[in-house]
Every structure is written in structure tokens, then in C-alpha cells.
Write a protein that binds this ligand. Structure first.
Ligand code: ZN
Length: 109
């Protein structure tokens, strides 16, 4: 198995995650009438998102997007990122660049 360095991709994914959370963190803060900054740390960000009120504040699309990003980062951590979850072949770099959260290859999608 070839080890590809996905640290840049991870940064990109975490950045997108943070952006989405920040947008909705404001909604959540408004709900609870308190100021709460979105954390910088990935683990804390993921926990932040699991908060019920945050989840309630998220539109379905954003929630799905956040879930997809969370799973993609999990796959990077597990070393399965970039491998098709369906047929086990490598997902092309072009496809990942286009859809960083892609869990299956173009043929399986
Ligand atoms: Zn496939």
C-alpha cells in the first residue's frame, strides 16, 4: 500500500469544516444567547458539532457536509482515505481535488 501524504488535504477539510461550523456556530450561539467561539482544535471542533443545539441549528445540507468532512478526516487518520469504499481501488487525485470528501471512486459513484 502506498502512503500518500494527505496532510494538505486534511488542512483543507478542517478549514472547510471550521468555516461551516463558524457560520452555524453563530446560529447556535444565538439560540443559547451566549457567545461561543468555534474551537481551533480538530477534536474539539468535532465535539462542538455533536452538541445537540448546534445540530438543531444546522440545515440538513450543511449537516451532511459536516458529516462527510468528519468521515473524510477519520479516513485520513485511519489511512483509508483515497481508497474506494466500494471496490477498494484508488480514488484519483483529480477526483479528490474536486470532491475532497469522496468515499468511492468515479466508477462506483
Ligand atoms: Zn470503486
Amino acid at each position: 500500500m502506498t502512503m500518500t501524504d494527505y496532510s494538505a488535504m486534511r488542512q483543507r477539510l478542517e478549514g472547510e469544516f471550521r468555516e461551516l461550523l463558524t457560520r452555524h456556530g453563530r446560529i447556535s450561539a444565538h439560540l443559547r444567547n451566549e457567545d461561543r467561539e468555534v474551537p481551533d482544535d480538530w477534536t474539539e471542533m468535532a465535539q462542538f458539532m455533536e452538541n445537540d443545539e448546534v445540530l438543531e441549528a444546522l440545515e440538513e445540507h450543511s449537516r451532511e457536509q459536516l458529516d462527510a468532512i468528519r468521515l473524510a478526516v477519520n479516513r485520513i487518520e485511519e489511512g483509508t482515505y483515497g481508497t474506494c469504499g466500494s471496490c477498494d481501488s484508488a480514488i484519483s487525485g483529480e477526483r479528490l481535488d474536486l470532491i475532497p470528501t469522496a468515499a468511492v471512486c468515479a466508477a462506483c459513484a
